[in-house]
Design a protein around this ligand. Structure first.
Ligand code: FAD
Ligand code: NAP
Length: 335
């Protein structure tokens, strides 16, 4: 285990925010979890790829930066394979590895930044697929006792960009590995957004999972700012799920309000549309602002402080509430 002191976290977070960490433990092997950490672990924060974090102050807690590696097929038959992946593996590299090995189910989640260990935390999702659909088990260490536990899929209480690790057990467990059940039979899902359109433009009428992955990679590259160029953490807010009554009221005012039904009582509204309607799309104040093409993404144009971005997020929240009666919830972890 490497130990770093008084280290700038800027290279480790996709918002590119400068912030000093008093102490970082870089965890590179299972042996580090088992032998080098002393339990109970108190005043710590777990760090994956830093793609869902906004730093607003120097970090006095010890940071456990998870860099463990390993992808193993535990079992397989003609139809599926059970794959165990270490928490520190890069998510997108794992998606590409699954496609190379003709194991399917992850293709719609291509090019999401971050690590495998973080994927269950907010049940990452994109283009009509959530990771909960392929997670079999999550292995984790209790930070209080050091005991290893296995959570079955249903124990993780996965919800929309949510899980037990983000709610009831927030900060209680360190995820060491995720076990996936991947299919050997493609199940193509292209009913979302521009995926079908891009495939058609490329003359693909019968897409393979790799075709779907490539189409999604190209859409994401064209729509989202690259954190290497413009700091960001993807969607800053969750898409709100609102009661039908509120939706009916809004519909009278905004005839073209986009919506996706959840059940008989609630409906999902794209937060990006709300923020745009409230006039924030493209807003810029010195070196930070709201992305001009995607209002859901707050950006650091270089050298902005996390506090100023957080302050902007709070202003957007209260303005959208005042104008539309909708409370936007932050998806990004503000530390
Ligand atoms: P971090 O940012 O390092 O941490 C996030 C949270 O997880 C923290 O609370 C941290 O403590 C906890 N955590 C991390 N690793 C562990 C572990 N091993 N054990 C316990 N807790 C842990 N998200 C989506 O859902 N869909 C998208 O399509 C999407 N697109 C994005 C696009 C861009 C350009 C960016 C910058 C972000 C996007 N995100 C998306 C958000 C982000 O990529 C995901 O939330 C990702 O899973 C975060 O992984 P990470 O390793 O960077 O986690
Ligand atoms: P988009 O296609 O412009 O759509 C805007 C929103 O409408 C999305 O957030 C999506 O909700 C919802 N939506 C669109 N089509 C839908 C459908 N057929 N059924 C249900 N909901 C639908 O979105 P985008 O911003 O370009 O992002 C594309 C995908 O990548 C989305 O799934 C988005 O969540 C994901 N993404 C996530 C992040 C992040 O940081 N969390 C960042 C970038 C992209 P959902 O978000 O529920 O899908």
């Amino acid at each position: 285990m490497k130990i770093l002191h008084n280290t700038d976290l800027q290279p480790f977070n996709t918002f590119n925010i400068n912030s000093i960490a008093a102490e970082i433990f870089v965890i590179e092997s299972m042996d580090d979890f088992e032998n080098n950490l002393k339990f109970p672990l108190k005043n710590i924060k777990i760090w994956g790829g830093g793609s869902n974090i906004l730093l607003t102050q120097p970090q006095s807690d010890t940071i456990l930066k998870i860099e463990t590696k390993g992808k193993n097929i535990l079992q397989e038959n003609d139809n599926e394979a059970i794959v165990k992946v270490a928490a520190g593996e890069n998510w997108h590299q794992f998606v590409l590895w699954s496609l190379e090995n003709k194991l399917y189910g992850l293709e719609n989640l291509s090019l999401i930044p971050g690590t495998v260990g973080a994927c269950p935390i907010q049940n990452i999702g994109a283009y009509g697929v959530e990771v909960k659909s392929v997670i079999e088990n999550v292995e984790a260490i209790d930070l209080e006792t050091g005991k290893t536990l296995t959570f079955a899929n249903q124990d993780c209480e996965f919800g929309y960009r949510d899980s037990i690790f983000k709610s009831k057990y927030k900060g209680k467990y360190l995820i060491t590995s995720v076990i996936f059940k991947l299919s050997k039979k493609p199940n193509i899902k292209i009913g979302y957004g521009d995926v079908q359109k891009i495939l058609a433009e490329n003359g693909i009428s019968n897409p393979t999972p790799s075709d779907v992955s490539n189409a999604i990679i190209s859409i994401r590259q064209s729509k989202l700012p690259d954190p290497k160029e413009v700091g960001n953490a993807g969607s800053f807010f969750k898409n709100p799920i609102i009661p039908i009554d509120l939706f009916d009221n809004l519909k009278q005012k905004f005839d073209n309000i986009p919506s996706y039904p959840i059940d008989n009582e609630s409906i999902k509204i794209p937060a990006g549309w709300i923020i745009e309607k409230c006039g924030w799309k493209g807003f810029r104040e010195s070196n930070f602002g709201v992305h001009p093409n995607q209002a859901l993404v707050l950006v650091n144009y270089g050298g902005a402080s996390g506090k100023s971005i957080h302050h902007l997020a709070q202003k957007i929240q209260s303005d959208c509430y005042e104008k539309m009666g909708i409370k936007l919830e932050m998806e990004v972890n503000v530390w």
